[in-house]
Design a protein around this ligand. Structure first.
Ligand code: FAD
Length: 320
């Protein structure tokens, strides 16, 4: 069985979720092909080949500098026709999800998003994914057919592949791929001052318990002391105390860090669905009956205005 990985880049750098896809693809066995689309794709392709990404197809064009799901989908469609993979893997990020729904529709293939496990079962590929906000784990099997099976894989589940053998093939696609009705002329990064939430290993999130925007800095300082990304509950965003890009939950970002620290967050289901698959959860809340403690590995019952400064001081002293 042949698997195609779609490697995504931002600002000419490969996103780390791409390296995890190599490990995910290897768990399926079979032949591996990777496609990387960029303004200058060769160096990225060489990096991927050195990480065991199989035959890496490098497509370079100025029109591929910025992510454009219309152009990317058309170019990938041609590569799929040429290389005939049975499975196509991409990251379950904003870009990956936008691209894969378009691509699956274009190729008439099935799409399963947010995979946390992949395996070959007989003649089928079986994907494990959380459903209904993580309250059940679904196993979705798709038998081989003419159209490939499109799967987006949740970041931070598979380890990054760091080495292996591979080769690079320069590919071209037809000019028609670049005739899009939409043009991306500029990408502006929101200045949240925090690192990318979805890819962070440690996230510290603030809830309504912080009482006001002036106290967000307290939580941000704790996040900085751990090199963590800063997140929030929707209550904080709705109150205008933080930007929407920091919101974790059903209508915000899904995070999957090694450590999630929830400060002054009650633990409403709409918040939990965005962070409950974190490896370790620490909750700080003055209400011992707050629902967040039901899913926390460690709970600190007390006033965040006493606990957070003490933790920040300790982390700064220990971690420099
Ligand atoms: C359709 C829909 C989508 C939604 N999407 C999201 C989403 O994406 N993300 C999200 O987060 N919510 C979402 N919500 C809102 C969600 O239901 C909750 O209202 C919200 O998560 C509550 O945020 P909170 O925990 O910060 O606030 P609260 O529920 O008000 O909790 C504040 C907590 O702080 C604690 N506290 C107060 N003072 C202190 C102190 N000094 N020290 C320690 N602890 C203290 C309190 O005990 C309390 O537990 C959504 C709701 C709907 C209906």
């Amino acid at each position: 069985m042949k698997t195609l990985i779609v490697a995504l880049q931002k600002d000419g750098k490969l996103v780390s979720a791409t390296f995890e896809l190599i490990s995910a693809a290897k768990s399926l066995g079979g032949e591996l092909v990777t496609a990387v689309l960029a303004e200058q794709a060769e160096a990225l392709a060489a990096d991927l080949a050195g990480r065991g990404a199989g035959n890496v197809l490098a497509v370079s064009n100025p029109a591929l500098k910025y992510f454009n799901d219309d152009i990317y989908a058309r170019a990938l469609s041609e590569l799929i026709d040429k290389h005939a993979p049975k499975v196509v893997l991409g990251p379950a990020t904003f870009y990956g999800k936008a691209l894969f729904s378009r691509l699956a529709a274009l190729k008439g293939g099935a799409l399963t998003s947010d995979a946390t496990g992949l395996e070959v079962t007989g003649e089928a590929v079986t994907v494990t994914r959380p459903s209904y906000g993580g309250s059940v784990i679904a196993r979705v099997s798709k038998k081989a057919s003419d159209a490939p099976y499109f799967v987006t894989v949740r970041p931070k589940i598979f380890p990054e592949s760091t080495d292996g053998a591979g080769s690079v093939t320069a590919e071209t696609v037809s000019d028609a791929c670049f005739q899009s009705r939409q043009t991306v002329t500029e990408v502006k990064v929101e200045s949240t001052g925090s690192q990318n939430l979805a890819e962070a290993d440690v996230v510290v999130s603030a809830g309504r318990g912080i009482r006001g925007p002036e106290n967000a800095a307290l939580i941000q300082e704790l996040a900085n002391s751990l090199g963590a990304a800063f997140g929030t509950s929707r209550a904080v965003v709705d109150a205008g105390w933080a930007e929407y890009s920091t919101q974790v939950g059903q209508t915000g970002r899904t995070v999957n860090p090694k450590l999630y620290i929830a400060v002054g967050i009650s633990g409403a289901i709409q918040h939990l669905v965005g962070m409950m698959s974190s490896q370790h959860i620490v909750a700080i809340n003055k209400d011992k009956d707050a629902p967040i403690f039901n899913i926390a590995n460690y709970g600190i019952v007390g006033d965040l205005f006493e606990i957070v400064p003490a933790l920040t001081k300790k982390f700064k002293a220990e971690l420099g």
